[in-house]
Design a protein around this ligand. Structure first.
Ligand code: UD1
Ligand code: CA
Length: 483
Protein backbone atom coordinates (compact mmCIF):
# COMPACT_ATOMS: atom_id res chain seq x y z
CA UNK A 1 0.00 0.00 0.00
CA UNK A 2 1.18 3.53 -0.81
CA UNK A 3 1.04 5.90 2.14
CA UNK A 4 1.09 9.67 1.63
CA UNK A 5 1.26 12.00 4.61
CA UNK A 6 0.13 15.56 3.96
CA UNK A 7 2.34 17.88 5.94
CA UNK A 8 2.91 21.03 3.91
CA UNK A 9 0.59 23.30 5.88
CA UNK A 10 1.92 26.11 8.04
CA UNK A 11 -0.06 25.88 11.23
CA UNK A 12 -0.40 29.63 11.70
CA UNK A 13 -2.29 29.26 14.96
CA UNK A 14 0.66 27.61 16.68
CA UNK A 15 2.56 30.93 16.43
CA UNK A 16 5.84 29.07 16.21
CA UNK A 17 9.01 29.09 14.15
CA UNK A 18 8.66 25.30 13.91
CA UNK A 19 6.53 23.77 11.18
CA UNK A 20 3.41 22.38 12.84
CA UNK A 21 4.22 18.72 12.23
CA UNK A 22 7.43 19.11 14.26
CA UNK A 23 5.59 20.26 17.38
CA UNK A 24 5.94 17.51 19.94
CA UNK A 25 3.45 15.19 21.59
CA UNK A 26 4.86 12.92 24.28
CA UNK A 27 8.31 14.22 23.40
CA UNK A 28 8.12 13.27 19.73
CA UNK A 29 7.16 15.37 16.69
CA UNK A 30 3.57 14.87 15.56
CA UNK A 31 4.91 13.61 12.24
CA UNK A 32 6.97 10.95 14.00
CA UNK A 33 3.83 9.51 15.59
CA UNK A 34 2.14 9.32 12.19
CA UNK A 35 5.22 7.80 10.56
CA UNK A 36 5.60 5.18 13.30
CA UNK A 37 2.05 4.08 12.63
CA UNK A 38 2.55 4.20 8.85
CA UNK A 39 5.76 2.16 9.00
CA UNK A 40 4.06 -0.37 11.26
CA UNK A 41 1.28 -0.69 8.72
CA UNK A 42 3.45 -1.18 5.66
CA UNK A 43 5.48 -4.14 6.79
CA UNK A 44 8.99 -5.01 5.70
CA UNK A 45 8.59 -5.88 2.05
CA UNK A 46 6.80 -2.79 0.80
CA UNK A 47 8.76 -1.21 -2.03
CA UNK A 48 8.02 2.45 -1.45
CA UNK A 49 7.98 3.70 2.11
CA UNK A 50 5.72 6.50 3.35
CA UNK A 51 5.87 9.71 1.30
CA UNK A 52 5.66 12.98 3.18
CA UNK A 53 4.41 16.04 1.30
CA UNK A 54 6.42 18.94 2.68
CA UNK A 55 6.06 22.68 2.15
CA UNK A 56 6.25 25.05 5.10
CA UNK A 57 9.46 24.34 6.97
CA UNK A 58 10.44 21.69 4.41
CA UNK A 59 14.09 22.03 5.34
CA UNK A 60 13.39 21.39 9.02
CA UNK A 61 11.14 18.44 8.26
CA UNK A 62 13.77 16.86 5.99
CA UNK A 63 16.44 17.41 8.62
CA UNK A 64 14.23 15.77 11.23
CA UNK A 65 13.76 12.74 8.95
CA UNK A 66 17.49 12.55 8.33
CA UNK A 67 18.36 12.64 12.04
CA UNK A 68 15.61 10.20 12.98
CA UNK A 69 16.73 7.67 10.36
CA UNK A 70 20.16 7.64 11.98
CA UNK A 71 18.61 6.20 15.16
CA UNK A 72 15.72 4.31 13.60
CA UNK A 73 16.73 2.68 10.29
CA UNK A 74 13.07 2.17 9.35
CA UNK A 75 12.91 5.91 8.72
CA UNK A 76 15.36 5.66 5.84
CA UNK A 77 12.41 4.33 3.81
CA UNK A 78 10.56 7.60 4.26
CA UNK A 79 10.78 10.02 1.33
CA UNK A 80 9.57 13.56 0.80
CA UNK A 81 8.05 15.49 -2.08
CA UNK A 82 7.86 19.25 -2.12
CA UNK A 83 4.63 21.17 -2.49
CA UNK A 84 6.14 24.60 -3.04
CA UNK A 85 2.82 26.43 -2.80
CA UNK A 86 -0.06 25.21 -0.68
CA UNK A 87 -2.91 25.02 -3.13
CA UNK A 88 -5.04 22.48 -1.28
CA UNK A 89 -5.10 18.86 -0.22
CA UNK A 90 -5.75 17.60 -3.78
CA UNK A 91 -2.78 19.60 -5.07
CA UNK A 92 -0.65 18.22 -2.22
CA UNK A 93 -1.46 14.62 -3.13
CA UNK A 94 -0.82 15.39 -6.81
CA UNK A 95 2.82 16.18 -5.94
CA UNK A 96 3.26 12.63 -4.64
CA UNK A 97 1.57 11.00 -7.64
CA UNK A 98 4.76 10.23 -9.63
CA UNK A 99 6.09 8.21 -6.68
CA UNK A 100 2.99 6.03 -6.28
CA UNK A 101 2.72 2.40 -7.27
CA UNK A 102 -0.38 2.42 -9.47
CA UNK A 103 -1.13 -1.22 -8.68
CA UNK A 104 -1.40 -0.57 -4.94
CA UNK A 105 -4.08 1.47 -3.15
CA UNK A 106 -3.07 4.79 -1.57
CA UNK A 107 -3.69 5.70 2.05
CA UNK A 108 -3.80 9.44 2.78
CA UNK A 109 -2.83 10.57 6.28
CA UNK A 110 -2.33 14.01 7.83
CA UNK A 111 0.94 14.89 9.53
CA UNK A 112 -0.96 16.78 12.23
CA UNK A 113 -3.29 13.92 13.24
CA UNK A 114 -0.91 12.02 15.51
CA UNK A 115 -2.99 9.46 17.36
CA UNK A 116 -4.58 7.58 14.48
CA UNK A 117 -4.16 3.89 15.29
CA UNK A 118 -2.81 1.05 13.24
CA UNK A 119 -5.96 -0.92 14.05
CA UNK A 120 -8.28 1.72 12.56
CA UNK A 121 -6.11 2.09 9.46
CA UNK A 122 -5.85 -1.67 8.87
CA UNK A 123 -9.63 -1.91 9.04
CA UNK A 124 -9.94 0.99 6.58
CA UNK A 125 -7.46 -0.64 4.22
CA UNK A 126 -9.40 -3.93 4.33
CA UNK A 127 -12.59 -2.00 3.56
CA UNK A 128 -11.03 -0.70 0.36
CA UNK A 129 -9.96 -4.15 -0.80
CA UNK A 130 -11.56 -5.32 -4.00
CA UNK A 131 -14.22 -7.84 -3.11
CA UNK A 132 -14.28 -10.79 -5.54
CA UNK A 133 -15.26 -9.64 -9.03
CA UNK A 134 -15.27 -6.00 -7.97
CA UNK A 135 -12.76 -3.21 -8.35
CA UNK A 136 -11.27 -1.90 -5.19
CA UNK A 137 -13.34 0.66 -3.34
CA UNK A 138 -12.67 4.10 -1.94
CA UNK A 139 -12.67 3.88 1.85
CA UNK A 140 -13.36 7.00 3.91
CA UNK A 141 -12.75 7.42 7.61
CA UNK A 142 -15.66 9.49 8.88
CA UNK A 143 -16.82 10.56 12.31
CA UNK A 144 -20.08 11.72 13.86
CA UNK A 145 -19.52 14.90 15.83
CA UNK A 146 -21.97 16.88 17.96
CA UNK A 147 -20.16 20.00 16.75
CA UNK A 148 -19.04 19.43 13.16
CA UNK A 149 -18.11 23.08 12.54
CA UNK A 150 -15.08 23.55 10.33
CA UNK A 151 -15.00 20.06 8.87
CA UNK A 152 -16.00 18.80 5.45
CA UNK A 153 -19.45 17.17 5.64
CA UNK A 154 -20.31 13.73 4.29
CA UNK A 155 -23.31 14.11 1.99
CA UNK A 156 -25.28 10.89 1.54
CA UNK A 157 -27.95 9.93 -0.95
CA UNK A 158 -31.41 8.69 -0.02
CA UNK A 159 -30.03 5.13 -0.20
CA UNK A 160 -27.36 6.17 2.30
CA UNK A 161 -24.51 5.93 -0.20
CA UNK A 162 -21.91 8.71 -0.09
CA UNK A 163 -22.50 11.30 -2.79
CA UNK A 164 -19.99 14.02 -1.99
CA UNK A 165 -17.91 15.81 0.62
CA UNK A 166 -18.75 19.47 1.00
CA UNK A 167 -16.35 21.80 2.75
CA UNK A 168 -17.74 24.03 5.52
CA UNK A 169 -17.11 27.17 3.47
CA UNK A 170 -18.98 25.77 0.47
CA UNK A 171 -21.85 24.19 2.41
CA UNK A 172 -25.47 25.28 2.36
CA UNK A 173 -27.12 25.91 5.76
CA UNK A 174 -28.83 22.54 5.36
CA UNK A 175 -25.52 20.75 4.63
CA UNK A 176 -23.95 22.45 7.64
CA UNK A 177 -26.39 20.55 9.84
CA UNK A 178 -24.85 17.23 8.77
CA UNK A 179 -22.93 15.80 11.71
CA UNK A 180 -20.95 13.15 9.83
CA UNK A 181 -17.59 14.69 8.94
CA UNK A 182 -14.60 13.85 6.78
CA UNK A 183 -11.57 13.09 8.92
CA UNK A 184 -9.40 13.51 5.81
CA UNK A 185 -8.04 9.98 6.14
CA UNK A 186 -8.94 7.77 3.19
CA UNK A 187 -7.78 4.87 1.05
CA UNK A 188 -8.10 5.35 -2.72
CA UNK A 189 -7.60 3.15 -5.79
CA UNK A 190 -4.44 4.71 -7.21
CA UNK A 191 -5.10 4.20 -10.91
CA UNK A 192 -8.37 6.10 -10.69
CA UNK A 193 -6.84 8.61 -8.29
CA UNK A 194 -4.33 9.56 -10.95
CA UNK A 195 -7.12 10.45 -13.34
CA UNK A 196 -9.21 12.23 -10.70
CA UNK A 197 -6.40 14.40 -9.33
CA UNK A 198 -5.59 15.67 -12.79
CA UNK A 199 -9.24 16.64 -13.29
CA UNK A 200 -9.56 18.70 -10.08
CA UNK A 201 -10.45 22.38 -10.33
CA UNK A 202 -10.07 25.17 -7.80
CA UNK A 203 -13.44 26.77 -8.40
CA UNK A 204 -14.68 26.81 -4.84
CA UNK A 205 -14.93 29.18 -1.88
CA UNK A 206 -11.24 28.79 -0.98
CA UNK A 207 -9.83 28.65 -4.51
CA UNK A 208 -8.06 25.39 -3.62
CA UNK A 209 -7.71 21.99 -5.22
CA UNK A 210 -9.77 19.93 -2.81
CA UNK A 211 -8.92 16.25 -2.49
CA UNK A 212 -12.49 15.82 -1.31
CA UNK A 213 -13.74 16.61 -4.83
CA UNK A 214 -12.59 13.17 -5.99
CA UNK A 215 -15.64 11.70 -4.23
CA UNK A 216 -18.03 13.02 -6.88
CA UNK A 217 -15.70 11.63 -9.59
CA UNK A 218 -15.61 8.23 -7.88
CA UNK A 219 -19.40 8.15 -7.76
CA UNK A 220 -19.49 9.00 -11.47
CA UNK A 221 -16.98 6.24 -12.26
CA UNK A 222 -18.99 3.73 -10.26
CA UNK A 223 -16.23 3.17 -7.72
CA UNK A 224 -17.89 1.98 -4.52
CA UNK A 225 -17.42 4.30 -1.52
CA UNK A 226 -17.34 2.70 1.89
CA UNK A 227 -17.04 4.38 5.26
CA UNK A 228 -15.64 3.37 8.62
CA UNK A 229 -15.11 5.03 12.00
CA UNK A 230 -12.22 5.01 14.43
CA UNK A 231 -12.69 3.33 17.80
CA UNK A 232 -12.07 6.59 19.63
CA UNK A 233 -12.61 10.19 18.64
CA UNK A 234 -9.12 11.30 19.73
CA UNK A 235 -7.68 9.21 16.88
CA UNK A 236 -8.99 11.60 14.26
CA UNK A 237 -8.30 14.85 16.08
CA UNK A 238 -5.88 17.20 14.34
CA UNK A 239 -3.64 19.71 16.05
CA UNK A 240 -4.14 23.32 15.03
CA UNK A 241 -3.38 25.22 18.25
CA UNK A 242 -1.25 24.81 21.37
CA UNK A 243 -4.44 24.32 23.32
CA UNK A 244 -5.44 21.35 21.15
CA UNK A 245 -1.92 19.99 21.42
CA UNK A 246 -2.03 20.12 25.24
CA UNK A 247 -5.45 18.45 25.29
CA UNK A 248 -4.27 15.66 23.02
CA UNK A 249 -1.12 15.22 25.14
CA UNK A 250 -3.24 14.53 28.25
CA UNK A 251 -5.46 12.12 26.29
CA UNK A 252 -2.38 10.25 25.08
CA UNK A 253 -0.78 10.18 28.53
CA UNK A 254 -3.96 8.89 30.11
CA UNK A 255 -4.13 6.14 27.47
CA UNK A 256 -0.58 5.12 28.30
CA UNK A 257 -1.36 5.22 32.03
CA UNK A 258 -4.34 2.92 31.49
CA UNK A 259 -2.19 0.45 29.55
CA UNK A 260 0.28 0.36 32.46
CA UNK A 261 -2.44 -0.16 35.05
CA UNK A 262 -3.98 -2.95 32.97
CA UNK A 263 -0.55 -4.61 32.99
CA UNK A 264 -0.37 -4.55 36.80
CA UNK A 265 1.33 -1.25 37.57
CA UNK A 266 0.02 1.01 40.35
CA UNK A 267 -0.08 4.71 39.65
CA UNK A 268 -0.76 7.18 42.46
CA UNK A 269 -2.61 9.31 39.91
CA UNK A 270 -3.03 8.22 36.28
CA UNK A 271 -3.50 11.89 35.37
CA UNK A 272 -0.07 12.82 36.71
CA UNK A 273 2.45 10.73 34.78
CA UNK A 274 4.28 11.59 31.57
CA UNK A 275 5.79 8.94 29.37
CA UNK A 276 7.78 10.40 26.51
CA UNK A 277 9.04 7.21 24.98
CA UNK A 278 8.59 3.63 26.11
CA UNK A 279 8.14 2.51 29.69
CA UNK A 280 8.21 -1.22 30.39
CA UNK A 281 7.24 -2.38 33.85
CA UNK A 282 7.25 -5.66 35.75
CA UNK A 283 4.42 -6.52 38.11
CA UNK A 284 3.68 -4.56 41.29
CA UNK A 285 5.61 -1.52 40.26
CA UNK A 286 4.40 1.63 42.01
CA UNK A 287 4.83 5.08 40.49
CA UNK A 288 4.01 8.16 42.53
CA UNK A 289 2.79 11.47 41.11
CA UNK A 290 4.64 13.79 38.75
CA UNK A 291 7.18 11.37 37.30
CA UNK A 292 8.52 11.81 33.77
CA UNK A 293 9.90 8.89 31.77
CA UNK A 294 11.88 9.58 28.62
CA UNK A 295 13.39 7.36 25.96
CA UNK A 296 13.43 3.66 26.82
CA UNK A 297 12.98 2.88 30.50
CA UNK A 298 12.41 -0.47 32.19
CA UNK A 299 11.34 -0.87 35.80
CA UNK A 300 11.57 -4.47 37.04
CA UNK A 301 8.99 -6.05 39.34
CA UNK A 302 8.41 -4.43 42.72
CA UNK A 303 10.18 -1.17 41.93
CA UNK A 304 8.86 1.93 43.67
CA UNK A 305 9.36 5.35 42.16
CA UNK A 306 8.72 8.29 44.47
CA UNK A 307 7.13 11.56 43.41
CA UNK A 308 8.69 13.88 40.84
CA UNK A 309 11.43 11.62 39.52
CA UNK A 310 12.76 12.01 35.99
CA UNK A 311 14.06 8.81 34.46
CA UNK A 312 15.52 8.63 30.98
CA UNK A 313 16.92 5.63 29.08
CA UNK A 314 17.52 3.60 32.22
CA UNK A 315 17.21 0.00 33.37
CA UNK A 316 16.01 -0.41 36.94
CA UNK A 317 16.27 -3.80 38.65
CA UNK A 318 13.80 -5.64 40.86
CA UNK A 319 12.67 -4.17 44.15
CA UNK A 320 14.51 -0.89 43.71
CA UNK A 321 13.25 2.14 45.62
CA UNK A 322 13.78 5.51 44.00
CA UNK A 323 12.97 8.23 46.51
CA UNK A 324 11.46 11.60 45.47
CA UNK A 325 13.06 14.12 43.16
CA UNK A 326 15.71 11.82 41.75
CA UNK A 327 17.04 12.25 38.24
CA UNK A 328 18.33 9.23 36.32
CA UNK A 329 19.80 9.43 32.84
CA UNK A 330 21.27 6.48 30.98
CA UNK A 331 21.77 4.56 34.22
CA UNK A 332 21.58 0.92 35.26
CA UNK A 333 20.43 0.19 38.78
CA UNK A 334 20.75 -3.29 40.30
CA UNK A 335 18.07 -5.09 42.31
CA UNK A 336 17.03 -3.79 45.73
CA UNK A 337 19.11 -0.64 45.47
CA UNK A 338 17.98 2.58 47.16
CA UNK A 339 18.26 5.81 45.24
CA UNK A 340 17.63 9.35 46.46
CA UNK A 341 15.88 11.47 47.50
CA UNK A 342 17.51 14.08 45.30
CA UNK A 343 19.99 11.68 43.70
CA UNK A 344 21.43 12.28 40.25
CA UNK A 345 22.59 9.31 38.19
CA UNK A 346 24.18 10.54 35.00
CA UNK A 347 25.09 8.60 31.83
CA UNK A 348 27.25 5.55 32.34
CA UNK A 349 26.17 4.90 35.91
CA UNK A 350 26.13 1.16 36.50
CA UNK A 351 25.06 0.08 39.96
CA UNK A 352 25.07 -3.57 41.09
CA UNK A 353 22.54 -4.96 43.59
CA UNK A 354 21.86 -3.38 46.98
CA UNK A 355 23.70 -0.17 46.28
CA UNK A 356 22.60 2.91 48.23
CA UNK A 357 22.90 6.33 46.60
CA UNK A 358 21.49 8.95 48.92
CA UNK A 359 20.57 12.60 48.87
CA UNK A 360 22.57 15.04 46.79
CA UNK A 361 24.85 12.34 45.44
CA UNK A 362 25.86 12.55 41.80
CA UNK A 363 27.26 9.53 39.98
CA UNK A 364 28.60 9.66 36.42
CA UNK A 365 30.27 7.06 34.22
CA UNK A 366 30.98 4.84 37.20
CA UNK A 367 30.54 1.22 38.08
CA UNK A 368 29.65 0.52 41.69
CA UNK A 369 29.65 -3.06 42.95
CA UNK A 370 27.10 -4.66 45.29
CA UNK A 371 26.40 -3.42 48.80
CA UNK A 372 28.32 -0.18 48.43
CA UNK A 373 26.98 3.11 49.74
CA UNK A 374 27.31 6.81 49.10
CA UNK A 375 24.56 8.20 51.22
CA UNK A 376 25.12 11.93 51.35
CA UNK A 377 26.48 14.80 49.27
CA UNK A 378 29.11 13.15 47.08
CA UNK A 379 30.37 13.15 43.50
CA UNK A 380 31.51 9.86 42.04
CA UNK A 381 32.69 10.29 38.46
CA UNK A 382 34.72 8.10 36.09
CA UNK A 383 35.18 5.59 38.87
CA UNK A 384 35.25 1.89 39.51
CA UNK A 385 34.03 1.14 43.00
CA UNK A 386 34.26 -2.31 44.57
CA UNK A 387 31.85 -4.11 46.85
CA UNK A 388 31.00 -3.11 50.46
CA UNK A 389 32.59 0.30 49.97
CA UNK A 390 31.39 3.17 52.14
CA UNK A 391 31.79 6.61 50.62
CA UNK A 392 31.44 9.27 53.32
CA UNK A 393 29.50 12.51 53.07
CA UNK A 394 31.12 15.19 50.99
CA UNK A 395 33.48 12.87 49.13
CA UNK A 396 34.50 14.09 45.69
CA UNK A 397 36.34 12.31 42.92
CA UNK A 398 38.36 15.08 41.27
CA UNK A 399 38.18 13.51 37.83
CA UNK A 400 38.83 16.56 35.68
CA UNK A 401 42.07 18.52 35.41
CA UNK A 402 40.55 21.12 33.14
CA UNK A 403 41.47 19.22 30.00
CA UNK A 404 41.25 15.48 30.57
CA UNK A 405 39.09 13.13 32.63
CA UNK A 406 40.87 10.60 34.85
CA UNK A 407 39.75 7.43 36.56
CA UNK A 408 39.43 6.66 40.26
CA UNK A 409 39.59 3.04 41.40
CA UNK A 410 38.24 2.15 44.82
CA UNK A 411 38.72 -1.50 45.66
CA UNK A 412 36.49 -3.74 47.81
CA UNK A 413 35.82 -3.00 51.49
CA UNK A 414 37.24 0.52 51.38
CA UNK A 415 35.99 3.06 53.90
CA UNK A 416 36.25 6.68 52.80
CA UNK A 417 35.88 9.26 55.53
CA UNK A 418 33.80 12.38 55.00
CA UNK A 419 34.96 15.31 52.92
CA UNK A 420 37.67 13.39 51.08
CA UNK A 421 38.96 14.43 47.68
CA UNK A 422 40.33 11.70 45.44
CA UNK A 423 42.50 13.45 42.86
CA UNK A 424 42.36 11.15 39.83
CA UNK A 425 44.03 9.13 38.48
CA UNK A 426 44.24 7.42 41.83
CA UNK A 427 43.64 3.99 43.36
CA UNK A 428 42.49 3.06 46.83
CA UNK A 429 43.61 -0.47 47.74
CA UNK A 430 41.34 -3.14 49.12
CA UNK A 431 40.29 -2.65 52.72
CA UNK A 432 41.92 0.77 52.95
CA UNK A 433 40.53 3.52 55.14
CA UNK A 434 40.83 7.17 54.17
CA UNK A 435 40.64 9.59 57.06
CA UNK A 436 38.07 12.34 56.91
CA UNK A 437 39.25 15.39 55.06
CA UNK A 438 41.96 13.59 53.11
CA UNK A 439 43.09 14.99 49.79
CA UNK A 440 44.36 11.84 48.13
CA UNK A 441 46.90 12.57 45.40
CA UNK A 442 48.79 9.25 45.49
CA UNK A 443 47.46 5.68 45.60
CA UNK A 444 46.39 4.50 49.05
CA UNK A 445 47.80 1.09 49.99
CA UNK A 446 45.41 -1.71 50.99
CA UNK A 447 44.35 -2.29 54.59
CA UNK A 448 45.99 0.86 55.97
CA UNK A 449 44.66 4.18 57.20
CA UNK A 450 45.72 6.90 54.82
CA UNK A 451 45.17 10.44 55.93
CA UNK A 452 46.44 13.74 54.63
CA UNK A 453 45.55 16.40 57.05
CA UNK A 454 47.30 19.34 58.70
CA UNK A 455 48.15 18.40 62.26
CA UNK A 456 45.60 19.62 64.75
CA UNK A 457 46.94 22.29 67.12
CA UNK A 458 45.35 24.32 69.91
CA UNK A 459 46.60 27.86 70.61
CA UNK A 460 45.84 30.55 73.12
CA UNK A 461 43.81 32.97 71.16
CA UNK A 462 41.65 36.00 71.61
CA UNK A 463 38.83 36.23 69.18
CA UNK A 464 38.66 39.79 67.77
CA UNK A 465 35.92 41.79 69.41
CA UNK A 466 33.83 44.39 67.73
CA UNK A 467 34.51 47.89 69.09
CA UNK A 468 31.40 49.30 70.68
CA UNK A 469 30.90 52.90 69.53
CA UNK A 470 28.63 54.77 71.95
CA UNK A 471 25.37 55.49 70.20
CA UNK A 472 24.27 59.09 69.82
CA UNK A 473 20.99 59.41 71.60
CA UNK A 474 18.07 60.46 69.55
CA UNK A 475 16.79 63.11 72.01
CA UNK A 476 16.68 66.71 70.78
CA UNK A 477 18.51 67.88 73.83
CA UNK A 478 21.63 65.83 73.19
CA UNK A 479 21.74 66.86 69.55
CA UNK A 480 22.00 70.49 70.54
CA UNK A 481 24.98 69.93 72.82
CA UNK A 482 28.10 71.59 71.40
CA UNK A 483 31.60 71.69 72.78
C1 UD1 B 1 -9.47 19.06 5.35
C2 UD1 B 1 -10.56 18.45 4.47
C3 UD1 B 1 -11.87 18.41 5.25
C4 UD1 B 1 -11.68 17.65 6.54
C5 UD1 B 1 -10.54 18.23 7.34
C6 UD1 B 1 -10.21 17.34 8.51
C7 UD1 B 1 -10.10 19.01 2.14
C8 UD1 B 1 -10.37 19.93 1.04
N1 UD1 B 1 -10.71 19.25 3.28
O1 UD1 B 1 -9.84 20.39 5.59
O2 UD1 B 1 -12.88 17.80 4.48
O3 UD1 B 1 -12.88 17.69 7.30
O4 UD1 B 1 -9.35 18.32 6.54
O5 UD1 B 1 -9.29 17.98 9.33
O6 UD1 B 1 -9.35 18.06 1.98
N2 UD1 B 1 -2.08 20.28 3.41
C9 UD1 B 1 -1.01 20.27 2.54
N3 UD1 B 1 -1.02 21.10 1.48
C10 UD1 B 1 -2.04 21.94 1.21
C11 UD1 B 1 -3.15 21.96 2.10
C12 UD1 B 1 -3.14 21.11 3.19
O7 UD1 B 1 -0.06 19.51 2.73
O8 UD1 B 1 -1.98 22.66 0.21
C13 UD1 B 1 -2.07 19.38 4.57
C14 UD1 B 1 -2.01 20.13 5.88
O9 UD1 B 1 -0.68 20.30 6.31
C15 UD1 B 1 -2.78 19.19 6.81
C16 UD1 B 1 -3.77 18.51 5.90
O10 UD1 B 1 -3.28 18.67 4.59
O11 UD1 B 1 -1.94 18.18 7.35
C17 UD1 B 1 -5.16 19.13 6.02
O12 UD1 B 1 -5.09 20.48 5.70
P1 UD1 B 1 -6.06 21.53 6.35
O13 UD1 B 1 -5.76 22.87 5.80
O14 UD1 B 1 -6.04 21.38 7.82
O15 UD1 B 1 -7.45 21.02 5.79
P2 UD1 B 1 -8.87 21.56 6.14
O16 UD1 B 1 -9.15 22.76 5.33
O17 UD1 B 1 -9.00 21.65 7.60
CA1 CA C 1 -7.15 21.03 9.73
Amino acid sequence: MNIVILAAGQGKRMKSVLPKVLQTLAGKPLLQHVLNTALGLQGKNTKTGPIVVVGHGAKDVKQFLQITSEHDPRFSKVSTVLQAEQKGTGHALLQALPQLDLKEPTLVLYGDVPLISKKTLSALARLSDGVRGQDSALALLTQHLTNPTGYGRIVRDTDDSVKAIIEEKDATPEQKRIQEINTGIMVLPTNSLKKWLKALSASNAQGEYYLTDVIVMAVKDGVPIRTAQADAEYEIVGVNSRDQLATLERVHQLNQANILMDAGVSLADPARIDIRGTLECGTDVFIDVGCVFEGYVTLAAGTKVGPYCIIRNSVIGKGVTIHPYSHLDDAKVGANSLIGPYARLRPGTDLANDVHIGNFVEVKNSKIAANSKANHLAYVGDSIVGTRVNIGAGTITCNYDGVNKHQTIIEDDVFIGSDTQLVAPVRVGRGATLGAGTTLTKDAPPNQLTVSRAKQVSLQWQRPVKKVVPKKTASKKSVKVKK
